[in-house]
Ligand binder design. Structure first.
Ligand code: NI
Length: 137
């Protein structure tokens, strides 16, 4: 792909803070960091639109709560068309973590996230908002 150079005007103090951040995040140069930030902004924008995205949802729960396990399965089955895969790991005697990979309309993936989040007994839940990659081509 063709690379284009452009100039950026920025307050000195802000640039110093930016450089400290880049050092912490192991960037070798500002261009690479800026490209990543632009890609992140594009993906964030993509999630607010009605387009197909890809991502993941991870949650931790106590499997002894039988009702909770049934509810989880019910919710997963009602979103079978966007769930690509799921992985279950037994963390200890009580706790399980599940990671569900999703691909589909952003709105539907968000619906799934909120329905899982609303289940009583979920100890922690988080979402990875990634992309199918098309927006970055
Ligand atoms: Ni388990």
């Amino acid at each position: 792909m063709k690379l284009v150079r452009f100039g950026v005007s920025i307050e000195e103090g802000l640039l110093k803070k930016f450089d400290r951040l880049l050092h912490k995040q192991k960037y070798n140069n500002r261009s690479e960091a800026l490209r990543d930030m632009i890609r992140a902004a594009l993906v964030k924008e993509e999630w607010s639109m009605e387009v197909r995205i890809a991502g993941g949802i991870a949650y931790v729960y106590d499997h002894h709560q039988r009702q909770l396990v049934n509810k989880l399965l019910d919710v997963q089955h009602s979103f079978h068309d966007i769930i690509v895969s799921s992985q279950h790991v037994h963390l200890d005697h009580d706790n399980c973590i599940e990671i569900v990979m999703v691909k589909g309309l952003a709105k539907k993936v968000s619906d799934l996230f909120y329905q899982l989040k609303a289940i009583k007994g979920i100890k922690h839940i988080d979402i990875i908002k990634s992309t199918t990659g098309k927006i970055l081509e």
